[in-house]
Structures are given as C-alpha cells and as structure tokens.
Design a protein around this ligand. Structure first.
Ligand code: SAM
Length: 215
C-alpha cells in the first residue's frame, strides 16, 4: 500500500532557457483520487500536527494504524473489537520497528473511546469487516453512529474525523445512509462536513465522510 508520504518525491532539474539558468522543482505527483485509501491518507496527513494525539477506531490489519504511527503525531490509540485484529496490528507495527510506546492498542468497542482518551486531533474509521475474516463482525449502523458521536465529542478544534464507508454490502449501505443523515444535520456553526464519492467508478468503491470541527 502506498501512502502520500511515500509519493512526495522531489526531483531537481536545471533548465537552460534564453541563456539563463532556471531552477525548477519537478514534483512527482501521486494521484490521490485513484484510491480512496490514498485520498483518506492525504486528508488525514493534512490535519496531523507534530505532537498531536490521533485515533484509528478500526485498526483491522493495522495499515491505517501504521500510517498514523509513522506520522509526526505523538501518540496513536488504535481500537478493534477482534483480538485477532489487535494481534495483526501489533505484528505489523513491530515489523516496521514502531516504538511500542507510540501506539496504545485497545481491544474494545470504539463507542467506548472516551473512556481511554479525552481529546484527539484526527480520528479515523475504516468501516466494514476485515477482509478474509468473519463478515458478521462488521461495523453496524447504530453502534457506528454512537461511535462517531463519541469521536466528535473529543475531536479538537481544527481536527478531522475521517470515515471510510463501504456500501457494497447490505449493512454497509444502511450504515452509510445513517451516517449521511446524521452528518448533514450536524450544526453548521461547529462542523464542516464533506462527502467524497468516486462517482464514475464501478463496483461500489469506498466513499469518505470527512468532518472537521470549527470550535
Ligand atoms: N483499518 C483497517 C486496516 O487498515 O487494515 C481495516 C479495518 S476493517 C475494514 C474494519 C474493522 O472494524 C474490523 O477489523 C472489525 O473487527 C472492526 N470493528 C467492527 N466493529 C467494531 C467496533 N464496534 N469497535 C471497534 N472495531 C470494530
């Protein structure tokens, strides 16, 4: 998986024009719209500030947790209800030599996140089920709405709650509808809400709900 930080490679090139020496920076741009994962990572990286606290509310196999752990955030809290997901995430972090003290792994329902921390700059949800595992252990509408409300209650001013949604399965479609309904009614004096959908792509690509807090 490629994240934005891997893609910002700057090449330097000197050009000669009209007898003068011009210096240009040629930036190799990665197309962040080619995958929702890249779009979400780009958004999240935009909001992370050095020393901040961030949350992966659904760590699964640990890819998002790893991306957060490699950022300038000071600490990552990562939740999952499945012990196997916590183990996979732990193994991935260790494989990448992430210091143990940088990430707190929590095997609990993400609706309980306020019991573990009181403020966060970025909170990510990657909804659905873990590919290749029990599909009944998917995120579910009512629980997710409660969890996102919990997340918003501890989101810092100028912070981001980034939710990746999948409507390719029945529960995912219900969950997405409920999230859109809930978020479009969020107080506009406090939140900005954006909905990102790859509208010309096939097979229900994931979509993003991004919520930022003004105050
Ligand atoms: N972010 C992960 C990654 O990078 O590999 C993928 C996440 S996967 C699509 C969704 C995860 O949400 C699953 O691992 C599942 O166990 C977890 N999950 C489902 N319901 C949950 C809940 N109520 N609280 C916390 N995690 C939950």
């Amino acid at each position: 998986m490629t994240y934005l930080s891997d893609s910002c490679i700057v090449n330097k090139r000197y050009l000669l024009s009209k007898g003068e020496k011009h210096y240009t920076k040629e930036r190799k741009l990665d197309n962040i719209l080619r995958s929702t994962t890249l779009t979400a990572a780009a958004l999240v990286n935009q909001y992370i500030q050095p020393g901040c606290t961030v949350v992966d509310a659904t760590c699964g196999n640990g890819n998002d947790t790893l991306m957060l752990a490699k950022s300038t955030a000071k600490h990552v809290y990562a939740f999952d209800i499945q012990p196997a997901a916590i183990q996979s995430t732990k193994a991935l972090l260790s494989e990448h030599n992430i210091p143990k003290e940088k990430v707190t792994l929590i095997c609990d329902n993400h609706t309980n996140m306020t019991a573990y921390l009181s403020a966060a700059r970025v909170i990510m949800f990657n909804l659905g089920y873990l590919p290749g595992s029990d599909k009944s252990l998917t995120t579910k509408k009512y629980n997710t709405i409660n969890a996102v409300n919990s997340a918003l209650s501890i989101l810092e001013k100028d912070g981001l709650c980034c939710i990746v949604m999948y409507d390719g399965h029945e529960q995912g479609a219900e969950e997405k509808s409920a999230l859109l309904e809930m978020s479009k009614n969020l107080d506009s004096s406090i939140y900005h809400v954006a909905y990102i959908s790859m509208i010309n792509q096939q097979n229900h690509p994931p979509e993003i709900l991004a919520i930022t807090k003004k105050k």
